[in-house]
Each structure stands twice: as C-alpha cells, then as structure tokens.
Design a protein around this ligand. Structure first.
Ligand code: ATP
Ligand code: MG
Length: 315
C-alpha cells in the first residue's frame, strides 16, 4: 500500500463554549483538542487504515503530547514530529460568532511548529513515502513552503503522487511568491481538492465547468470540489459525480474539509470506484461537523460504511 506524507502545523485548539465576538471577557472554554489542518487530515488517513506519516514540530509539553498520542493511536507514523525542548506547542483559541464566522487568537508562527525545518527523520520519511498531501497554507511561511516544495518534487520524481488542498484565504494569495508556488504545485498535482471559491483562485472570471475542464487538461486526474453544507462533486475526464450532503446537525464545522480530504485520498489511492469514494468522503465531512473539536469527528472506514448504508436505507 502507498504511504501518505503531509508536512505542516500541529497545534491544539481551545474553543469557547458560548457564541459571541472574540475574547475580550473571561468565558468558559473547552479543550485542548488536537488540531492543525495537516494533523486533522493525516489522522483521518490513519483511521482509514492507510499507512501515513506527518512531519511537524511541537514543544515538550502536554499540548504536544495530546497530539502525538492521538495521532499514534489512530495509526499515524509520528517519527517525523520533532519534540523541541524549551519551546511551546502551537495553539488557537476559537470563538464562534452568531453569524457562524470565527474569531481566533493564534500562537502558531512563534510556536515550535513555526520553526519546522528538515531533520534526519523528515528526510527519511520523504525518501520512504509514495504520496504527498500539500496544504496551500504552507506557502505563507517561506521555509515551510520550500520544504514542502522540495518534498513534492522528490516524491513526484520517484513516481509518487501529489494531492493538493489550497486551503487558503484569498488575502494570502498576494503574499510574495505565493502564486508562483501554488502554480508549481498545481503542475505536479494528481488529485486537487479545493473548497467552493478556491476553485477560482488560479483561474478567475470563468464558470465552474470551464475552470474544471482546464484543470483536467493540465493533467490533473481528479478534481473534487467541497461544497460545505451543499455536499461535494467529483470531476475526471468524461465523468462528473455529485454527492448530496448528509442531513446532520452542524455543531462545529472546523476540520470538515481536512477530514473529507483524508477519507477521499485514502479511497482514491486504494482505487475505490469514484462515486463510492465521493459518497464515503462526503459522509466523513458530514460526521466531522457533528462533533465539537476539529479532530474529534474523524471516522474509521467501518463507521463511514455504516453511515452511508443508513443513509441509503433512509432514502
Ligand atoms: P475547512 O477548510 O473549514 O475545514 P472546507 O471549506 O475545506 O473546510 P467544506 O466544504 O466546509 O470544506 O466541508 C467539506 C465537506 O464536508 C463537504 O464537501 C461536505 O461533504 C461535508 N460537509 C461540510 N459541512 C457539512 C454540513 N453542514 N452538512 C453535511 N455535510 C457537510
Ligand atoms: Mg478547506
């Protein structure tokens, strides 16, 4: 089986239990929850039973341990997570506003994962893995971006494959070198998984069908568009499949895209029939939003099978 690698931040998330605008007054909080987009993604890949690893950096503290323990328990190779003595693991305090938007207080750039650099362990993983999942947000930190790009080139040159989730706020696009980096990744991408508007980051001003046709013409094998509460769609040459959203009660949407992506990638690598892979990943994303905490809603394959069978029985 192919082994999947991702590179990027590991952090904890601490969530306000009431809705409102930010953190200007004392309030009840819950957490720490294991988090970080690459960590959530790879946890879901691990739960699918697919060999996988993450390269990251944490402090020698409980926030780091809560992540390493969870990832290891869910089947992720954590040998590439460097534990930095005297440094602190990244964190994010999150509070939902009434309109569903989020207020954050971050400590990421100046935390242990902000100093992610190649190590002997990360080099060994880049040499032994067959697939790299790239998060576009990695390119907002120049050293991390360079490390991801180097890994992508090496894995691709050995005949490996690349998946790419742009996972980017539009305002980050104008950072120096960002567009060129994203274009270089797109040129190596086999599986592209944008959400909603991210589809138009590289190709604005056209309709969805023509943007997707252009992406497939570039040599991308599969494009999966995540549509939040609207479900998801898959495009390959001569094929379109749509998955209607599962009817669920949304408790916490954070991490749905990464969970969806981890499930879909595991199935795509295993050669699962596209409609079935989309349907199961759609269920993984739906399941993710029903749990408070970004990594709490990841699912095993058996859980996804049960969810999709229930859904079919209800139709
Ligand atoms: P994020 O970056 O915030 O983690 P995203 O924008 O990358 O998320 P979404 O489109 O929000 O990804 O969610 C991924 C998938 O999860 C959707 O395509 C859908 O399959 C599922 N999903 C998300 N929200 C819901 C919902 N409210 N009900 C049912 N399914 C959902
Ligand atoms: Mg996303």
């Amino acid at each position: 089986m192919r082994k999947v690698l991702t590179i990027g931040e590991v952090l904890v998330e601490i969530v306000a239990t009431t809705k409102g605008d930010g953190f200007l007054a004392a309030q009840p909080l819950v957490g720490p929850f294991p988090s970080g987009a690459p960590a959530i993604f790879i946890d879901q890949v691990g739960k699918m039973g697919t060999p996988c690893a993450i390269v990251s950096r944490v402090g020698d503290d409980d926030f780091g341990r809560v992540n390493i323990d969870r990832l290891r328990a869910d089947g992720v190779d954590v040998s590439g997570i460097e534990v930095a003595p005297g440094e602190s693991t990244g964190s994010a305090f999150v509070r939902y506003r009434e309109d569903g938007s989020r207020a954050f207080v971050y400590n990421i750039r100046h935390s242990a994962c902000g100093k992610l650099r190649p190590t002997a362990a990360s080099e060994a993983l880049i040499e032994s893995c067959d697939h790299l999942h790239v998060m576009g947000s990695a390119f907002s930190a120049p050293e991390l971006g360079a490390m991801v790009m180097d890994a992508a080139r090496r894995i691709k040159a050995r005949g490996g494959t690349i998946s790419f989730d742009p996972n980017l706020r539009p305002e980050l696009l104008d950072a120096p070198g960002m567009r060129a980096a994203l274009d270089a990744v797109l040129a190596m991408t086999d599986l592209f998984m944008p959400s909603g508007e991210e589809l138009f980051l590289f190709d604005s001003g056209r309709d969805e069908a023509s943007v997707i046709a252009a992406l497939l013409d570039r040599g991308i094998r599969t494009v999966v568009v995540k549509r939040g509460a609207g479900g998801a769609s898959l495009f390959e040459k001569g094929r379109r499949v749509d998955a209607a959203p599962l009817p669920v009660q949304e408790i916490d949407p954070t991490g749905a895209g990464d969970t969806f992506g981890g499930a879909f990638l595991a199935l795509w690598l295993a050669g699962t029939e596209p409609a079935q892979a989309l349907c199961l990943a759609n269920a993984a994303g739906a399941c993710a939003v029903t749990k408070l905490g970004p990594m709490e809603g990841t699912s095993t394959r058996a859980e996804l099978d049960a969810l999709t069978n229930e859904e079919k029985a209800a139709q």
